[in-house]
Design a protein around this ligand. Sequence first.
Ligand SMILES: [Zn+2]
Length: 253
Amino acid sequence: MKPPRRYTIEAVVIRHREYGDTDRIVTLLTPTHGKVTAVAKGIRRSASRRAGHLDLFTRSSVLLAQGQDMDVVVQAAGLERFRLLDSDLRAYGDAHYVAELVDAFTVDRVANTRLYRLLVRTLGSMSEATSMHLRAFEMELLDETGYKPELHQCLECGRPMVEGTNHFSSALGGVVCETCWAPELKAQPISNDALKIMRNLQTDPARIVRLQSINSHLEREVRNLMREYIVHRLDHRLKSVSVMRSLTPPGGD
Ligand SMILES: [Zn+2]
C-alpha cells in the first residue's frame, strides 16, 4: 500500500470543533488549496506539539497527509497569531463574523489567493476596525466571490442611476431606478448618500474607512442594506444560528 501523500500549506484556521475525546476538526483557509477541512488527532492532549498552532485565527504552516475521508494534520507551526484579538472582546466578535462569512461564502478546495489575502489583512487590522472597515470587508468579499452588487445601472431598464428616490433589491442584486420601482420588486429604499458610500466601498474603500463624518443613521442604513443583501445571497447556506446572530452586532448598535 502506498504511503499517504503529504503536502505543506499556509493556512488560517477559520473554524474548529472538538471531535471525539482528544481530536479537533479544523477548517482552514489557504491561498493555494482554498478551504480545507482536516482532523488534528490527539491535539487536545496537553503534550501535543500542534496545540496552539491550530487555534482559531492563527496563521500557520501546516503539514497535511491525505486521508480517506478527511486530510490529517501531521504538523503545524504558527506563523502569526492575531494577538490583538486576545484582549478585545469586540475585535474577537468581529473576527468571528469575518471568519464565518468567509466560511459561508466559500466551497472546499477552490483556491482564491485574493480572498485569503483579504482575510489575513482584515484579521490583522481587527483591533482598530470600525463599522466601515467591516462594510469594506463585506464588499470586497462579495466582489471576490462573484456577488458584487450592481450600484450604477438600474437592473430593470439599464439606465445610469440618477439622484432621486431609488431602491435596492437584494433579490435582483442591486439598484432599481425611480421609474422602474414597483412594490412587487420587494426593494428597500436607498438614500443618495448610502448609494454613494456603497459605490465608494467598491472603488475606494480606504477613503471610506478614513472618513470621520459618517453619521450613525447613514452607517446603520448601509449596514442594514449590506446585511440583507448578504443574507439573501447566502440563502440556505446561512441558516446557522451563530452566523445569523453575529450578522447583527458588528459595527454599530
Ligand atoms: Zn430603471
